[in-house]
Every structure is written in structure tokens, then in C-alpha cells.
Design a protein around this ligand. Structure first.
Ligand code: HEM
Length: 450
């Protein structure tokens, strides 16, 4: 360990800086300022600290994925960090409860000194949105009343890879879904067609069986089933899908969409489990941010009603539209509509299923057993030659009765020794196999040869 200077709590946390950073404007000193301005400042500062932590996690997750090959343990680390962001969510919501102990009248005591500052100018909040993958053309308002320096930070971040872009590229590289003898997409399309055919048959059958389905209702149900199937069809054709992308209705590439759907459908396979959790957390992050936006806009309504914001936006109306429009991972959550029940899911061919298992665990176990077997054989050999120094080692081969076993052959000088050696070898090999908990046979066979 390197030698460190003794540390002082307050110095380490820079408390003098942080605790002297509250500078209310509504009075010439904090004592004279509006009482609730302190709460207003501290709440915003606490938010900014958490935004900093969120950016720290987000940057790390993006850089872990921003490689052509992403090892499984990097996926696990990134997932863990994104889950941390998700866990920060409730802290952000709860701070609104605390701030709401300030009444609209309390707020009016100092709101006039805030112009034109606003949360609009929170660069860290903008960076969170950008790094998640929010595109500038998606924004409700492109006008950002920021300093030149902050605008430059935003511009620079917009050139960088985002969580959306690195995960899209990673999904596009997913093997498994297209093999010479297997096409996930074809299998999926067949399964969907069979599922809708089954639904139609059920509707017809229930009417034939006189089960309370009136003719008009049956026609409606069949039409509804056709419409549902139609929505799948638009999704099946790459051409149709790309049209939706051009119109801005879809964002994720066709290839990445297929891989994401494959992951959601076959998530029980060990190798798909982490990717599944990762896709799940993306929608959950969108949800956290939307909940925060929604809570914020409700608070805004309560505090200032329909007044314009200090940052110059329409206030409530702007924030409400941002709540619905500023989502990044909607393509992932929209995939829920294309899931099919487990019973209709085509089983994976062995070739693909075996690739999705943790085969290396078996491999390690196999190697461990192999090493133990070598050790046991050494021990049997040593004990046998110690007991019968005149025995001559002949061969070591697979046991004829058990492929997991080993067969050692020795030649001994006479038949008496051969009988004695046979009993000894049987006991010895059983003892040693037992000692190492080996489910295999190690037998030493002594033969009398002239
Ligand atoms: C009395 C409490 C608050 C009121 C009345 C309020 C009001 C507003 C309004 C009206 C806007 C729209 C922009 C504008 O024209 O100013 C806005 C935006 C924003 N506020 Fe607040 N706010 C409050 C508290 C907070 C807090 C505690 C935070 C935490 C950091 C925050 C963060 C933001 C952010 C990030 C935006 C930009 C949202 C976006 O563009 O999507 N606000 N706020």
C-alpha cells in the first residue's frame, strides 16, 4: 500500500466548498432572504450531484459497449451500472415531495429574482438526454438559452456515441439468428401465421359449437384478428419497416430489431439472459425519466399554473409535450406487441440452442474430473508398485466396462502373487476413487505372465 497523508473528512468531501455554495438572491444575506429559497437551491444542487453520478455511470456503460467485441462480463458490468441509474430514480422523485412543501406563495417570495435562469439550462440534464440517445430533431424545442461554452459541450456530446447507438450496433452483430440451416425470422413469421390461423379457427369453432358468439360479433372478431395480423406483416417486411423508419415512426434498425425480439422471446437461454435484462433496463430508464418529467410538470402546474417559465418556454405545455416526446427507447418497449405466447414459440434447433447454453461450465467440470482422474491413477500406480516391487507395468487403457474408467495392467512373477495382487488392486482402486469422489473406475489388473 502506498503511504497516504491522514485524511480529514471535510477536506475529502470538499465540504467548505459545497456548504458555502448556497447564495440566496432574494435578500442581502441568507438570513434576510426568503426562507424557502435555501430549500430551492439545495434541492437543485442535490439534483445536479445526482445528474453527475448518472453521467458517470452512463459514460462507463457507453464505453463498455463501444467495441466491436463486447465480452459477457462487460455486458454484466454495464448492466449493473445502468441498474444503478434506475435505482437513483426514486431519489429524484422524492426530492419533488420535499420541494413541494414549499407553497406557491412561498415561491412567489423569490421567483422574480430568478429570471431568466431555469432548469432549461441544466447542461447535465441535457447531457443525460443526449447520452441516452435523444436526438435534437426529436426535441420539442430546439431553443436552448445557454452560454456559448455550454452550447459547445452539448454540441460535442452530440457527436459522440450514445447508449442507443452502441446497443443498436451490438444487437446488429448478434450471431445465432441467421444460420445456413436456421432463420429466426422465417420461423417467427411461420409461428405468427400459425397463431393467427389458430385464433381464427377458435372464433369459427366457438360459433359452430353454439357458444354465444353472435354472427355479427364473430365477423368483428375475425376482422380484428386480420387487423392484428396486418400490424405484424408491416413489421415483417424490411422494406415496409424502413419506410416507417424514414417517416420517423421507428428508429431501431431492422437487424437490431430482429435481434432484440429474438432476445425477448428466448430469454430463458442462459446466454440471452443478460442481454434480455439489458433491453429491459433500457425501457425502465425511459420510464424513470418520464416519471420524473411527469412529477416535475405536476409540480410546475401547482407552483405557477399556466404561466410561462423563467427560461421563456410555455411552461406546462412545453413540459407536458417533452414528457411524451423525449423518450429514447420506445422501439424496445414497442416490441411487447410482437411477442407471441410460449406455446406458439418455435423451438430452437439443437445447433442454436446448444450455443446459447453455458457450455464452458461443462467444459470446466470435465477438465476438473480429468485432472482428478490423472491424480488417482498416479496414486494407484504408486501404491501398487510399493506393495509389489517386482510387478511390471504393462499398459493403461480405457476400462472395457466403463468408458469413464481406466484399466491398468501389470505382470507379476507367479499365479499366487497374481491372485493376491488382484484382491489388493480391487480394494485399492475402489478406495482411491472413493477418496476423490470420482464416478469412474480405476482398476489395476495383475496378470501372471511367463
Ligand atoms: C418550484 C419548482 C420548479 C418550477 C416552478 C419549475 C419550472 C420549470 C419550467 C416552467 C420549466 C420549463 C422551462 C422554462 O421555461 O423555464 C422547467 C424546466 C426544467 N426544470 Fe424545472 N421547475 C422547478 C424545479 C425544478 C427542479 C428542482 C429541477 C431539478 C433539477 C428542475 C429541472 C428542470 C429541468 C431539467 C428542466 C428542463 C426540462 C426539459 O427541457 O425537458 N426544475 N422547470
Amino acid at each position: 500500500m502506498a503511504a497516504y497523508e491522514p485524511l480529514y473528512y471535510g477536506d475529502y468531501l470538499r465540504l467548505p466548498t459545497i456548504l458555502n455554495a448556497q447564495d440566496p438572491r432574494s435578500g442581502s444575506s441568507p438570513r434576510e432572504a426568503a426562507h424557502d429559497e435555501m430549500l430551492f437551491i439545495i434541492t437543485h444542487q442535490a439534483y445536479e450531484l445526482w445528474f453527475k453520478q448518472i453521467l458517470h455511470e452512463l459514460d462507463s456503460a457507453i464505453s463498455l459497449f463501444n467495441h466491436h467485441v463486447v465480452p459477457e462480463h462487460h455486458v454484466a458490468t454495464a448492466l449493473h451500472r445502468l441498474e444503478r441509474i434506475h435505482a437513483i430514480g426514486p431519489i429524484l422523485f422524492q426530492q419533488i415531495d420535499v420541494l413541494e412543501t414549499m407553497t406557491p406563495m412561498d415561491f412567489l417570495d423569490f421567483r422574480n429574482v430568478l429570471y431568466p435562469a431555469s432548469g432549461f439550462q441544466s447542461v447535465q440534464f441535457r447531457l443525460v438526454e443526449i447520452k441516452l440517445g435523444l436526438r435534437s430533431e426529436q426535441r420539442v424545442s430546439k431553443h436552448l438559452p445557454l452560454s456559448a461554452e455550454d452550447k459547445e459541450r452539448i454540441r460535442a456530446a452530440e457527436q459522440e456515441p450514445t447508449l442507443f447507438s452502441v446497443i443498436e450496433a451490438w444487437l446488429e452483430r448478434m450471431p445465432f439468428i441467421q444460420k445456413p440451416s436456421y432463420s429466426f425470422w422465417q420461423e417467427y413469421k411461420n409461428a405468427v401465421a400459425a397463431m393467427f390461423e389458430h385464433d381464427r379457427n377458435m372464433i369459427r369453432l366457438s360459433s359452430e359449437a353454439g357458444l354465444s358468439v353472435a354472427e355479427r360479433m364473430q365477423t368483428e372478431m375475425l376482422a380484428q384478428t386480420d387487423m392484428n395480423e396486418q400490424s405484424f406483416r408491416a413489421f415483417f417486411s424490411e422494406e415496409e419497416y424502413n419506410k416507417l423508419r424514414e417517416q420517423g415512426q421507428k428508429r431501431l434498425s431492422f437487424k437490431a430489431t430482429q435481434a432484440a425480439l429474438f432476445t425477448l422471446l428466448y430469454r430463458e437461454y442462459p446466454l440471452l439472459h443478460l442481454p434480455f435484462r439489458l433491453l429491459d433496463i433500457l425501457s425502465a430508464l425511459d420510464e424513470v425519466l418520464s416519471i420524473w418529467r411527469y412529477r416535475h410538470v405536476q409540480m410546475v402546474m401547482r407552483m405557477i399554473g399556466m404561466k410561462v417559465g423563467t427560461g421563456g418556454s410555455s411552461g406546462y405545455d412545453y413540459l407536458m409535450r417533452a414528457t411524451t416526446q423525449h423518450r429514447v427507447f420506445t422501439d424496445f418497449s414497442a416490441l411487447s406487441a410482437f411477442l407471441i405466447p410460449r406455446g406458439s414459440l418455435p423451438p430452437l434447433p439443437e445447433e442454436v440452442a446448444s450455443m446459447l447454453d453455458f457450455v464452458y461450465i461443462d467444459l470446466l467440470e470435465k477438465r476438473r474430473k480429468e485432472a482428478l482422474k490423472r491424480l488417482a491413477v498416479q496414486e494407484v500406480k504408486a501404491a501398487f508398485t510399493e506393495r509389489f516391487p517386482d510387478a511390471y507395468f504393462l499398459s493403461e487403457e480405457e476400462h472395457p466396462d466403463n468408458t469413464d474408467g481406466i484399466w491398468l495392467q501389470y505382470s507379476v512373477p507367479d499365479t499366487d502373487t497374481a491372485n493376491e495382487a488382484k484382491t489388493f488392486a480391487t480394494q485399492l482402486s475402489a478406495e482411491i476413487a472413493h477418496k476423490h469422489s470420482l464416478p469412474c473406475m480405476i482398476s489395476a489388473k495383475a496378470v501372471y505372465s511367463l
